[in-house]
Design a binder for this molecule. Structure first.
Ligand SMILES: *[C@@H]1O[C@H](CO)[C@@H](O)[C@H](O)[C@H]1NC(C)=O
Ligand SMILES: *[C@@H]1O[C@H](CO)[C@@H](O)[C@H](O)[C@H]1NC(C)=O
Length: 223
């Protein structure tokens, strides 16, 4: 004789909890891949979320290899820093895998200026030097730390952050991201050097400053 098991009906508030809270508990970045490999065909004429896969018979070991982070970046610029990226556009083997990285070279006193990665959280390790890293939350709280070689720091997705070389020599920082294309918005260039430019009125009113200050910033950013 079969035993009938009657499950108790879950209380209404539990169902509500599942519906309302579970989706917001997800801190996902890129969606999961649907196959082992999907080396990006960056030249495909169709546009999808990510890139179409190049045909399997064309895939080689070199598609999963990238040596573009070997060399020190040229830090001779206004910020004294150079970010060399290894995202899906540089390294098509990352397509659909939800990861990427870059190298940040900082000259003495150099800064990777305040910026955000809209698509990714960042975890980064200092390889050389002494670096002040910090981010600001949506509650406007600033969290920061001075890091030495071997130390790592995490930047939650989308939050504005920076890296400043506070050591005696050069510094090297290797950040990794939970997105194949973390995206970057550098506040200074986003606001003062966009194409076409944001109207001066927006910036004078938004920052409570004179037009002179704005043209000064624009010219220093080479815009
Ligand atoms: C895309 O096109 C460029 C030149 O137009 C070529 O060098 C590159 O190999 C192509 N990439 C792929 C994945 O087909
Ligand atoms: C580094 O960049 C500066 C400024 O663009 C340039 O003048 C210089 O030649 C570059 N140095 C090297 C080694 O490429």
């Amino acid at each position: 004789m079969a035993t009938m098991i009657t499950l108790p009906r879950p209380p209404f508030f539990m169902i509500l909890f599942l519906i309302v809270l579970l989706p917001s508990a997800c801190r996902c970045a890129d969606p999961d891949p649907l196959q082992d490999i999907c080396v990006a065909n960056l030249n495909a004429s169709i546009s999808v979320n990510g890139f179409p896969c190049k045909p399997l018979f064309e895939v080689k070991s070199d598609d999963f290899f990238f040596d573009g982070l070997r060399n020190e970046g040229n830090t001779t610029n206004v910020f004294g820093s150079k970010v060399t990226s290894a995202n899906v556009l540089d390294f098509p083997g990352l397509n659909t895998l939800g990861i990427s990285m870059s190298r940040v070279d900082l000259a003495h006193g150099g800064i990777n200026p305040p910026h955000s990665h809209p698509h990714a959280s960042q975890i980064g390790v200092i390889i050389k030097g002494k670096v002040l890293v910090g981010f600001v939350t949506t509650a406007n709280v600033f969290y920061s730390k001075v890091l030495k070689a071997g130390d790592i720091f995490v930047i939650p997705r989308g939050l504005v952050h920076f890296e400043l070389n506070v050591g005696k020599g050069k510094a090297l920082f290797l950040p990794a991201f939970n997105s194949q294309l973390p995206g970057i918005e550098i506040l200074a260039t986003t606001l003062f050097a966009s194409t076409p430019p944001i109207p001066n009125d927006v910036l004078t009113k938004g920052f409570l400053i004179d037009a002179k200050v704005i043209s000064d910033i624009r010219s220093k950013l080479g815009s």
